[in-house]
Design a protein around this ligand. Structure first.
Ligand code: MF3
Ligand code: CO
Ligand code: CO
Length: 307
């Protein structure tokens, strides 16, 4: 029995009044992955470069000092500039492997390490997640098709600090349902950043995003969370994107990501046998946006903005 089709029909019955259609798009099956790249000696490497296992053990959200903040700003700006350049060049027929090559080469030119490469054995320099792939898509030989939506998630390790951001781009002519999903996801991220300030609960972000997503007619995929970031790729705090009871409040000098994934369909995801690719169980499309933010004395600065 084809589970994808089965779940689509159940979902379509269930949502008939509210959501007459999930639109027109191609369900993605992963393609062929090219061999792993190595990084030249002169580029400073993160702890996991050789082993695939990060060694940092961060117990509490850390407060960055001025010098650390300057370094975070630089790595986040670089990640955002690379993401912008990739976005400007996305086109029908381009493979996600070509996007990976471009991210890898730009990082090396800039003296940065592409953080995903060998992070917990991830095989590539960037995550590329198309249509029903929720996140952690591995770049491969599949050419982008007219009407695809693709999340490109860029993290760089630069000057000893990671900067992490992602956007979902439209490829050619995307149907109105897809455009709405992408727009809603970006709204959820941007408005969630506006509630961040010293003294605010981390858990307020999730309560806000879940409520806003439902207002806009979408659901949050709960399996993936934002995270503290610094000389480590992922650390405390955990930033859930749905109503939760995670403890703790924001303090000036903290840096973390917010990275909601919204879906047109059901929340459930499945990890494929490559151990990374997360696809929706019902094959509905998802979109994701991510920024790294810094808590300041009065609110939050988005660090992952391009020049
Ligand atoms: N960039 C992703 C995030 O937003 C993490 C990707 S893990 C990787 O947290 F190994 F796939 F890179
Ligand atoms: Co990311
Ligand atoms: Co992240």
């Amino acid at each position: 029995m084809n589970l994808c089709k089965f779940f689509s029909s159940v979902r379509n019955l269930y949502w008939k009044k509210k959501k007459p259609s999930l639109g027109k798009y191609v369900i993605v099956k992963p393609g062929k992955v090219s061999p792993r790249k190595f990084v030249p000696d002169h580029i400073p490497k993160p702890s996991y470069y050789l082993t695939g296992e990060p060694t940092e053990n961060i117990e509490h959200p850390d407060i960055k000092n001025e010098q650390q903040i300057q370094r975070m700003r630089a790595s986040c700006r670089l990640a955002a500039n690379i993401l912008k350049k990739i976005g400007e060049n996305i086109k029908v027929g381009q493979t996600t492997d070509e996007i990976d090559i471009s991210v890898y080469e730009t990082c090396i030119q800039c003296g940065a390490y592409p953080s995903p490469l060998n992070y917990k054995h991830f095989p590539k320099s960037v995550c590329t997640s198309v249509n029903n792939v929720a996140c952690h898509g591995i770049p491969d030989d599949r050419p982008l098709e007219d009407g695809d939506i693709i999340n490109v998630d860029i993290t760089v390790f630069y000057n000893g600090y990671h900067g992490d951001c992602s956007q979902t781009f439209l490829v050619g002519n995307v149907d109105s349902e897809g455009k709405e999903l992408v727009r809603a996801t970006e709204i959820c991220l941007n408005e969630a950043i506006e509630i961040c300030k010293p003294g605010q609960y981390f858990r307020a972000i999730g309560a806000f995003i879940e409520g806003r997503a439902h207002q806009l007619g979408f659901r949050v995929v709960p399996a993936f969370i934002g995270h503290g970031i610094g000389h480590y790729f992922h650390g405390p705090p955990d930033i859930y994107h749905f109503k939760n009871s995670y403890p703790g409040v924001m303090e000036a000098g903290m840096t973390f990501t917010i990275e909601p994934i919204l879906t047109q369909g059901e929340e459930l995801i499945e990890i494929l046998h490559d151990n990374w690719t997360a696809v929706t169980y019902d094959c509905a499309r998802t979109a994701q946006f991510e920024h790294t933010v810094l808590i300041t004395d009065s609110g939050a600065d988005i660090l992952t903005l391009p020049n």
